[in-house]
Structure formats: structure tokens, C-alpha cells
Design a protein around this ligand. Structure first.
Ligand code: FES
Length: 566
């Protein structure tokens, strides 16, 4: 008996036809509308590569996206595909109120929906600024469409009076000096014009750079593309190559679910630690992994941290910039140094296992990528603290902190939120000494503040002017990956969720021990019980995205994703 030949899988424009109840009509209509844009039938018969276009006049870090889209299209066309670019939410760190973090999940939701709903066989994701790459990787992990990640790349540093400047470690360093009265208003104005002189993401190992390296370490981005400067021709060639690779993924699909595995996530954690990378990256990697059901345990983070040296010497913890890292050998050189610590079976977008990606580099500039025998630090950059003040953990970036402050028991000076902080931090009558612990509450993911990068609390002006450069600062918010200091962050549960942080008052004693991984509030339980009885949760916003966040957002140890998206 004859059997019907199997129906070939739907491809290109025939995927995901609109729901008119007649798939043939839906495809007919789709082709007709596509032809109105001037495409020939031969082009419309090609497999489709979607290109996520995050160009925006609000996003300086994505200024080169139009050029990158053109280069990706070139690669797709040359490899036999039809490139179709589409816009998604674009998030620029300093352009958003209350914070870009508040909208990361919106960008992830938008991107996932468009990857899933539109007809495409593979996609190239173009991100760059801090929250865009995490959002795109979260989306890719959920949509599970074969994807190649591309980044805009870092900006170049600018020579200025015998030193180099780049966003944004130098922004903070000079702003702190201006507050302390050692830099004039005229000079801070001149520096403002030189901090970000070329297109691209912040030029230090901040969140954008860390996430680019993590995307490459995970295997979602082609090798040695994380750190290519935004304005180098090599960046455009990487874009063209990303387009061609995406076409290659159509015949031999490798899906994010095959790439983002527990071993790949652990490799990415090793890289994060060896970079001395951004604390934000831990939240983002947790969210990306969470989309594949992989939990990052903070106890395991501590184990990895104790066995992973910091090998990359870039700002904010060292001296170099991303262009130096790229010229020094980039991520492949770092992976080679870490080779015995990595899982060799984790594959990348080419299907190549990590074991085969590891190659001894021809050249490494040891000023920026150290040998294992001569690390920047023998242990990793981040550690998690636990205790009565942070039952689900808090993070400290020890590589950017002052070791003399690691073991501290001190008095808390508490600010109830951002407004209280702004109103009182520089008050000459503020009761504060350099030995106190500055505490900021109500700035976590659930708070109306939207988990800002406010964890780098300014040193009170009167102490800054007396020469104090660092103090222990503690909060439920985040800090920029470009910041530095003895900063304890991501306290979970946060104050707005009723965590113990909500109960801290000025004058309480807090004990922090980085050595013992402890963070405790030294207050009588009966006193805390009285304070808890008087505590009230913040009001839920009336509508819209703010309300969705308030009802759905998870705590820092779960990556601050929305519960419904996990
Ligand atoms: Fe976009 Fe720093 S502001 S990467």
C-alpha cells in the first residue's frame, strides 16, 4: 500500500502563519504583503534569518547598530538566506527612569514574543548596553530559536592630559573627586566631553563587557568576538560572519537549549569570576539559566570563587580597558588559562565543544591577562554572604573592595530609600563616621525604585573631604559594573518584600565577615519582632508594567526575572 510522503517541515515565511483558519490563504496573504516591499519570489523562497535591531536614538551604546544590521544582512544573503530585521525594545543604561533594570524583562518578553511569533528559521541578536544582551539571551533561551548573539562592542578610551578616559569607572572616579572638592567644576565639565568619545559600550569590565564575555563563554556568541571594539572594521566582519553562521544553523540547528546547559553556565560563572566581572552579571546569568530551569546556587558560587583566580586586569579593579583586553588575546586567551577548570563538553553555536575551542594563543599581553601563577587575585572576584540580615544571600565584589574592611562590626547609618539618601547624605549634621556601615533600604527589584545601581552610596561629603575613600555600604539594590568599593549588594529578601533589611534602624550593629561569608544583624529578636509588627509593605502600583513587575518580579537570588516567564 502506498503511503503519503512525509510533509516537509515548514520553513521561512511558511512558519507561524497568521490564524485566519486557512493556512494556505494566510501564506498567500503574507507573500503578497512581502512582495509589496519589493522582494522577488526567489528571495521569499529562501530560509529566513531574523535580525533583532536595537538601534535607537536614545541608546548611544547602540549607535553602530544600523551598520551592524547591514553587515549581518550581507552575511545572510551571501550564505543563501533572507535577512529580515525587526525592532525590539532598546535599553540604554542612563536613559531610563527609574532604571534600565526595571525594563530588562520587558525587553526579554518583547524579544521572545517576536522570535516566536514571526516567521524565521534562525536569528541574530544585536545587543550591547548592559540589559540588552541579558534580555536577548533570556528570550533566546525561552523561544529556543537557533540564535547567534552579536554585540556592538566596547568604545575606545580617549587620551586626556597624560591618562586615558572611558566610561564609566573614570566617570565615577572624577565625580567622587569633584564631590571631595579636589576637581573643579570647570575641569569636571571638560572631562564630561571626553568620557565617551566613540560609539560603543562602556570601555571597562563593566556589566556590558562582562555580559559580552559571558555570552561568548556560554557559547551563544562566536569565539573571540566579545571584546572587538565597536569602531574597528573587525566588528563589521564579525557581524557579517554572524549572519552567515545563522544561515548555517538552519540546516544544522543548534538551539539555545543545547548550548545553555548546567556545564555551560558553570563555565560562564568561572569566566565571570576570573574577569573580576560585574556583580550585575550574576543576576543576569541567573535569569538566563533560570529560563532553562538551571538554578545558580550561591553556595556553589562561593566554591567556584575560592578556586578561580582573577586573571584579567582591567578597570574598575585594574588599569586596562576593553581595547587592551582584546589586543591582549581576548576571551580565548583567558579560557586557555582556565582550561583545567572548564567543562569541555559544553558546545557553542558552531556545535564545537569547549574542549576543542581551547587553543594555546600565539600571543598574550600579560599586563592584562595574567598567567595562573601570577594572578591579579588568587581567588574569584565575587562572593556571597549569608546570615540573619541576608537569609537568601548578598553579594560582595571582593576584587573591587578594601580588604581592611572585609571583617567589620559596626554601627548602621540607615537611609529609608533613594530620596532619603539624597536628602541627608551630605547633611553636615549627619551622625556618621568613617567606621560606620551605610545602609540603603527599599531599593530592591520589588521596590518602586526598580533596583537601581545606587549600591555605590556616595561617601558623605564631610567624610570625602576629610580624605575617606571607602566605607562598607550595604543595600538591596545593585551597583554599576564600573563601580568599586566595599559594597554589599542584592540583599535577599529585599526590604520591600519584608526581608530583615526592612527592620534595620540607625544605631543597630551589623557584623560582616567576608572570610566566614557572614552578614548578621546584631539586634535582639524581641526588638525585631516589634519592628516587624509595625512594618507595612509598599503600595502596589495601579496599572501597567509597574504593576506587572510588582506582582511578578523575583528576588536577586532568582535573577529578578518575572515568575511567569521562568
Ligand atoms: Fe551602555 Fe555603559 S551605558 S554600556
Amino acid at each position: 500500500m502506498d503511503t503519503e510522503p512525509p510533509t516537509p517541515p515548514k520553513r521561512g515565511l511558511a512558519r507561524n502563519t497568521a490564524g485566519y483558519g486557512d493556512p494556505d490563504f494566510a501564506l498567500y496573504l503574507r507573500r503578497s504583503f512581502a512582495k509589496s516591499m519589493g522582494y522577488s519570489q526567489a528571495m521569499l523562497d529562501r530560509p529566513v534569518v531574523g535580525i533583532v535591531d536595537t538601534g535607537s536614538d536614545y541608546n548611544n551604546c547602540h549607535r553602530t547598530v544600523p551598520d551592524l544590521v547591514e553587515a549581518v544582512k550581507r552575511g545572510v544573503l551571501a550564505a543563501g538566506g533572507l535577512p529580515l530585521a525587526f525592532p525590539t525594545v532598546s535599553l540604554c543604561e542612563p536613559s531610563l527612569f527609574p532604571t534600565s533594570m526595571h525594563y530588562r524583562n520587558l525587553a526579554a518578553l518583547d524579544t521572545e514574543a517576536m522570535l516566536s511569533a514571526q516567521p524565521m528559521d534562525a536569528a541574530v541578536l544585536i545587543g550591547g548596553c548592559d540589559k540588552t544582551v541579558p534580555a536577548q539571551l533570556m528570550a533566546a533561551a525561552s523561544a529556543d530559536v537557533p540564535c547567534v548573539q552579536l554585540v556592538t562592542g566596547p568604545m575606545l578610551a580617549t587620551p586626556f592630559q597624560g591618562e586615558r578616559l572611558s566610561a564609566c569607572t573614570d566617570c565615577r572616579r572624577y565625580w567622587a573627586a569633584y564631590r571631595a572638592g579636589t576637581v573643579s567644576a570647570e575641569r569636571i565639565g571638560r572631562i564630561e566631553e571626553r568620557l565617551a568619545s566613540t560609539a560603543g559600550t562602556c570601555g571597562v569590565m563593566g556589566t556590558a563587557s562582562t555580559m559580552a564575555c559571558i555570552a561568548e563563554a556560554l557559547g551563544m556568541m562566536p569565539p573571540n568576538t566579545a571584546a572587538i571594539p565597536a569602531v574597528h572594521a573587525e566588528r563589521l566582519r564579525a557581524a557579517e560572519d554572524a549572519g552567515a553562521r545563522a544561515v548555517g544553523l538552519i540546516a544544522n540547528p543548534i538551539r539555545p537549549s543545547q548550548i545553555i546547559t548546567p556545564h555551560a553556565v558553570e563555565n560562564a560563572l568561572r569566566v565571570l569570576l576570573a574577569l573580576g566581572g560585574s556583580t550585575n552579571a550574576l543576576i543576569h546569568l541567573t535569569a538566563i539559566a533560570g529560563r532553562r530551569g538551571i538554578r545558580i546556587d550561591l553556595g556553589r558560587l562561593n566554591e567556584l570563587s575560592d578556586t578561580t583566580p582573577v586573571l584579567v586586569d582591567l578597570k574598575p579593579t585594574g588599569e586596562g580597558y576593553m581595547e587592551d583586553f582584546h589586543a591582549a588575546g581576548g576571551l580565548p586567551a583567558l579560557l586557555w588559562e582556565l582550561r583545567d577548570l572548564l567543562h569541555g563538553d559544553a558546545i557553542d553555536v558552531n556545535g564545537t565543544p569547549m574542549s576543542e575551542r581551547l587553543r594555546e594563543p600565539e600571543f598574550v599581553d600579560r599586563r592584562y591577562i595574567r598567567r595562573r601563577a601570577e594572578p591579579v587575585s588568587p581567588v574569584g572576584g565575587l562572593v556571597a554572604l549569608f546570615g540573619s540580615l541576608a537569609p537568601r544571600g548578598a553579594i560582595v565584589k571582593r576584587s573591587a573592595a578594601t580588604p581592611a574592611l572585609f571583617e567589620t562590626e559596626a554601627r548602621a547609618v540607615v537611609f529609608d530609600g533613594l530620596e532619603d539618601l539624597a536628602n541627608r547624605i551630605d547633611d553636615p549634621d549627619l551622625d556618621v563616621t568613617a567606621g560606620d556601615i551605610l545602609v540603603l533600604k527599599n531599593a530592591g527589584p520589588l521596590s518602586p525604585a526598580g533596583m537601581p545601581e545606587a549600591g555605590y552610596l556616595p561617601i558623605p561629603k564631610k567624610l570625602a573631604r576629610a580624605g575617606i575613600k571607602d566605607m562598607v555600604r550595604l543595600s538591596d539594590c545593585r551597583m554599576s559594573g564600573t563601580a568599586f568599593g566595599t559594597i554589599v549588594l542584592h540583599v535577599a529578601p529585599e526590604a520591600a518584600a519584608g526581608g530583615p533589611l526592612a527592620l534595620v534602624e540607625s544605631g543597630d550593629r551589623i557584623r560582616m565577615s567576608v572570610q566566614d561569608r557572614k552578614l548578621d544583624l546584631l539586634v535582639d529578636p524581641a526588638v525585631l519582632a516589634r519592628r516587624r509588627a509595625a512594618w507595612r509593605a509598599p503600595a502596589t502600583p495601579a496599572r501597567g508594567w509597574d504593576r506587572i513587575v510588582a506582582e511578578q518580579v523575583l528576588q536577586a537570588d532568582e535573577g529578578c526575572d518575572l515568575a511567569v516567564l521562568r
